[in-house]
Design a protein around this ligand. Structure first.
Ligand code: BV8
Length: 254
């Protein structure tokens, strides 16, 4: 087994760890049946996310952009979190300091029971008024009106998500970097690690001395910097690590 898939060594590290952050991307929800961005199924009609998840696409054609989000809301609404999400929720109760920093907007970490979740790119069930910024929750599937309008002032509503070319919420991003640089271990799960500024978080953790554990069936720009790199699906790998951790805990309790 090559060093980077050294499970016993990872378990040894985890037994002596209190502070963990996890960065997740679309890949952790892939086994729930939600299309990733850059996989084959990431296409919608003939568009890619980078063409639709932008302010200019929305101002040019709010109806088309809302059709895309309505389609995604429909898929997310019909799926459930998978064992990868549930393992992280379990670890959130096991480790004293445990935060999930997600790039995903599907809300599946919270649905699986994770309580400390930072949503870097927003949430697909939230909308905000383009005029007044009023924030609201809307779980209609399918949307009765496309594009939806603000019940308060009648202006267009937009998804409460961060589009390409838009800045992330400053306080959320600051907290994400602070937690990363204080972590002892950072798991990086199901992300192609190309979208900034999220992709810089693992480097901030590593610079502060954290061990980086990547879980992804494919190599990414982060792989060569990771201390551990498990080539596989998170819905399988995370429960496997959890089972080994439980065994080691029982053994160390004597
Ligand atoms: C910003 C919300 C300041 C919306 C999303 C530097 C260079 C070049 C460009 C930039 C740069 N800095 C900033 C930019 C611009 C841009 C950017 O990074 N572009 C990329 C394409 C290079 N960044 C931004 O615009 C950000 N804003 O920086 O503000 C600024 C302002 C103006 C100009 C410059 C800077 C905002 C980025 C947020 C965009 N919003 N989502 C929505 O969802 O509709 S991004 C979207 O793609 C997702 O949120 C996700 O975060 C992101 C990345 O996708 P992944 O999650 O990684 O998914 P992907 O499909 O790519 O990969 C899936 C992975 O899972 C794969 O590796 C696969 O192997 C793996 N996998 C598959 N199955 C499994 C699995 N893993 C485990 N188990 C499995 N079963």
């Amino acid at each position: 087994m090559n060093k980077s898939q050294d499970l016993p060594r990872l378990i040894e590290v985890l037994l002596n760890t209190e502070r963990i952050v996890v960065l997740t991307g679309a890949g952790i929800s892939a086994e729930s049946g939600i299309p990733t961005f850059r996989g084959e199924e990431g296409l919608w009609k003939k568009y890619r996310a980078e063409q639709l998840a932008t302010p200019s696409a929305f101002s040019q054609n709010p109806h088309l952009v809302w059709e895309w989000y309505d389609w995604r809301r429909g898929i997310i609404n019909s799926k459930t979190p998978n064992p990868g999400h549930h393992t992280l929720a379990k670890w959130g109760k096991r480790f004293p300091f445990f935060t999930v920093i997600t790039q995903n907007i599907d809300g599946f970490h919270q649905k699986a029971g994770s309580s400390d979740v930072l949503e870097l790119h927003g949430n697909i069930w939230k909308m905000r008024c383009t005029q007044k910024g009023t924030l609201m929750e809307n779980n209609e599937v399918p949307l009765k009106l496309i594009p939806p309008i603000c019940p308060k002032c009648g202006a267009l509503l937009r998804p409460h998500v961060v589009w390409f070319g838009e800045s992330l919420d400053f306080s959320i991003l600051t907290k994400a970097f602070q937690l990363s640089s204080k972590s002892q271990v950072m798991f990086v799960i199901g992300t192609s690690a190309v979208v900034q500024p999220a992709a810089s978080l693992p480097f901030s953790a590593a610079d502060a001395g954290a061990k980086i554990v990547e879980i992804n069936p494919e190599p990414t720009p982060l792989s060569s910097h990771a201390d551990f790199s498990f080539r596989g699906r998170s819905g399988k790998i995370l429960p496997m690590i959890d089972a080994e951790l439980e065994k080691a805990e029982k053994h160390s309790e004597g």
